[in-house]
Design a protein around this ligand. Structure first.
Ligand code: EPZ
Length: 423
């Protein structure tokens, strides 16, 4: 397995292009199952998760052609050969569950392996299943798979209120409802920009949807959808991650394609901490104002709240802040695994259940650390860039799931970082 070696190197300077959103692309790709006509995605990110979703769709007979070094995905589901999403692919990536709704809506049946949990939590899919059942789906859970069938007349529109906000369950229900008979109203729906992006793509395909970005989404089912070409929205989590680089190391960098509206709550916290963020014609310029970063408290929440996917990275910043901060993780039950690794670098962090109290120190020290999940891995890299000495991050395969060309992008703004094969 590869390792990343990073050395503290002072202020950063330069620009980083931000890619298309992993978490938008992973729901836009299964949308191809809703039509027998071509769906083409542009601005697609080059990530291992996208390659896994590609393999899953291909295993069902979807033609997926990757063009322009992976930035364009040309897909066609005109000749599906299977309704089954096998465990050996699903276990690699939970987002595989997102083929369930569209496959059921288009073909009337689907067999999808239940995704296991993952490092950050149990991550059940009960809300996905309840929403589909409300539309008339008959579900049979056995031998680790969900066997789903739609009524012979197809899924029917329904009114469904989510007991808690779920991004994936909203996406599954939304896609299924586009082909259901009649009207579906999803209440307490997720409001993430990735949901808005999915709706914009579905609308291009002929779907009739209103209310995206609010808590209530209304879908008028149609008989069929047609093909489309859709640009994947900018990745707000990659954007927020790289905004923290100058915040921790000093200097100023420009994030090409960055948009403040995608990360308003996060930007407010950065501003409180003493980081300057300025919109430019090409994106966002981010710099640390004079003096140390100030400690600020954060609680993660569904959009438009502070994103859970930026909690680990923000904790790395708070490790260097003046004062103490409390980070509360309200979405997942085990998302502080980066804390003990940061502690190895001299950070002062006390974790009590869903809260982490961070007392800032003046300097972190490089150390060998281990990545435990996608966002923790990049949190450790950020800490290593600001630390004194060398940090070696192992198990960086986590990184490849969500960050394309991370070494190239950070080296481009002056970081001393390289990727090596583990001895
Ligand atoms: C999406 O996961 C993202 N993944 C996650 O990003 C992100 O952290 C999460 O949304 C929250 O924003 C993709 O979009 C591929 P949820 P998802 O359903 O849809 C519970 C990353 O780092 N829940 O909104 O799985 C669940 O356990 C990843 O890019 C149920 O109880 O998240 C969690 O506690 C990590 N039953 C909470 O809801 C269900 O049926 C929110 O989960 C579904 C979810």
């Amino acid at each position: 397995m590869d390792q990343i070696i990073v050395r503290g190197n002072g202020p950063l300077q330069g620009e980083i292009p931000i890619a298309g959103a992993k978490n938008a692309c992973l729901t836009l790709m299964p949308a191809t199952l809703l039509t027998d006509q071509p769906l083409t995605l542009t601005n697609a990110p080059r990530l291992s998760d996208i390659r896994t979703m590609t393999a899953l769709l291909q295993s069902m007979g979807v033609e997926v052609t990757s063009l322009q070094d992976g930035q364009v995905l040309a897909m066609s589901s005109h000749a599906l050969t299977s309704h089954r999403a096998e465990y050996d692919i699903v276990r690699k990536m939970r987002a595989s569950i997102l083929v369930l709704g569209p496959m059921l809506a288009r073909e009337g049946r689907a067999e999808v392996s239940l995704p296991g949990g993952c490092a950050i939590g149990a991550r059940p899919v009960d809300l996905h299943l309840s929403a589909l059942q409300a539309m008339g789906a008959e579900l049979d859970l056995r031998d680790g798979y969900v066997y789903a069938k739609a009524p012979s007349a197809g899924l029917k529109g329904a009114e469904f209120e989510f007991p808690l906000v779920s991004v994936g369950a909203t996406e599954n229900a939304l896609m299924a409802a586009t082909l259901a008979r009649g009207t579906t109203v999803l209440k307490n729906a997720a409001r993430e920009p990735e949901i808005v992006d999915l709706v914009q793509c579905l609308r291009r395909m002929g779907a009739q949807i209103e209310g995206e970005g609010t808590g209530t989404i209304t879908i008028q089912g149609v008989d069929s959808l047609h093909g489309a070409t859709h640009p994947v929205v900018t990745d707000r989590i990659e954007l927020g991650t790289y905004m923290l680089a100058p915040a921790m190391c000093g200097g100023e960098i420009e994030l090409l394609g960055g948009r403040i509206d995608l990360l308003a709550a996060f930007c407010e916290k950065l501003d409180e901490a003493g980081i300057s963020i300025n919109e430019t014609p090409r994106g966002l310029k981010v710099a640390r104002k004079n003096g140390r970063v100030r400690a600020v408290d954060v609680a993660t929440a569904p959009y438009p709240g502070f994103p859970t996917d930026l909690q680990a990275q923000f904790m790395a910043l708070m490790c260097l802040a003046e004062g103490s901060s409390v980070l509360e993780e309200t979405i997942f039950e085990n998302r502080f695994m980066h804390a003990p690794e940061l502690t190895r670098m001299g950070a002062q962090i006390e974790v009590h259940g869903g809260q982490a109290k961070v007392t800032g120190v003046r300097q972190l020290r490089g150390a060998p650390v281990m990545a435990t999940d996608l966002r923790a891995s990049v949190s450790l890299i950020l800490a290593g860039m600001a630390a004194e000495g060398q940090t070696t991050v192992s198990r960086v395969y986590h990184l490849d799931r969500g960050y394309e060309h991370v070494v190239r992008k950070l080296r481009g703004v002056g970081a001393l970082i390289e990727r090596v094969k583990e001895e």
